[in-house]
Design a protein around this ligand. Structure first.
Ligand SMILES: C[S@@+](CC[C@H](N)C(=O)[O-])C[C@H]1O[C@@H](n2cnc3c(N)ncnc32)[C@H](O)[C@@H]1O
Length: 261
């Protein structure tokens, strides 16, 4: 029987699975900042819900002054340990996307939040609060890169994704199952099973959770309520700066580029 737990309480296993794309994502984020944002000498960066800090470390290594927060203290401890091991610095604190407060008065040149993390905000008021709070701490002209998976309500198919990754003799197989969305409630149920082979120990852990759902029109409607942001571009997950796309329902994984007015 799988052990039921929040997979963010085991940051190492999360990090092993998601770290493979970190350099590619960091390079794309920097390219977005250069193309659409407040490119210049000041490089103050905010990552709401920074998790295990894979991008915190990578962006700090690239010369950014990174601030990041997350609701899970174990993820943050992992992020701090890695920064220390790598001789890097960043400001990290425990907080919530919908209600965060900065530890000191500060404004940022860039912000990002990838991996559909924004969809953990299950109520519209929380999603709005997150966008408004982020806009409020960005300098005019700075961008917020927001990565989300859009929902195709016409599909009744359950979705399944599988990743396998390994680090220092620990092999993690991640199977994520997404049930078809409830259009009325704007919710979808997900289950992640991690199969972990940690040297001689094998175990399986399972997390169940929900996401708020958005199709392109619902995302546009939400963004229209945040007057401080303008949607200036959208991209798919090929991360090709030269190939921006319309925000529509023809593709599901989207990076929105929101510019602070
Ligand atoms: C998929 S991970 C993304 C982490 C990181 N941004 C990355 O790209 O690897 C989602 C993170 O969101 C955090 N989280 C979920 N809901 C949150 C909320 N309302 N406020 C703050 N953090 C939240 C979880 O603890 C987890 O660390």
């Amino acid at each position: 029987m799988p052990e039921l737990l929040d997979w963010y309480d085991t940051p190492l296993y999360y990090d092993i699975i998601f770290d493979a794309d970190t350099p590619k994502e960091a390079a794309f984020l920097e390219a977005l900042h250069e193309r659409y944002g407040r490119a210049g000498k000041s490089r103050q960066l905010l990552e709401p819900a920074c998790g295990s800090g894979r991008l915190v470390s990578e962006m700090a290594r690239r010369g950014w002054k990174v601030s990041g927060f997350d609701g899970n203290a174990r993820m943050l401890d992992f992020a701090k340990d890695r920064l220390k091991q790598q001789g890097l610095k960043a400001r990290i604190w425990e907080d919530w996307m919908q209600s965060f407060e900065l530890p000191k008065v500060q404004t940022f040149d860039f912000a990002h939040c990838l991996v559909s993390t924004f969809k953990y905000l299950l109520k519209e008021q929380d999603a709005l609060a997150c966008l408004q709070r982020t806009a409020a701490v960005l300098k005019p002209g700075a961008i917020f890169a927001l990565g989300v998976h859009l929902t195709d309500y016409s599909s009744q198919k359950e979705e399944h994704e599988r990743w396998v990754a390994e680090r220092h003799g620990i092999k993690v197989t991640c199977n994520t199952h997404t049930w078809s969305a409830d259009r009325k409630k704007r919710l979808e149920d997900l289950r992640t099973r991690l199969r972990i082979q940690d040297n001689n120990r094998r175990h399986v852990q399972e997390t169940r959770w929900q996401f708020r759902t958005y199709n392109a029109a619902q995302m546009r409607a939400l963004l229209a309520k945040v007057l401080a942001f303008e949607l200036v571009a959208s991209y798919d997950f090929t991360y090709d700066l030269l190939s921006p796309r319309e925000l529509d329902d023809s593709y599901s994984d989207v990076v929105l580029v929101l510019k602070k007015k």
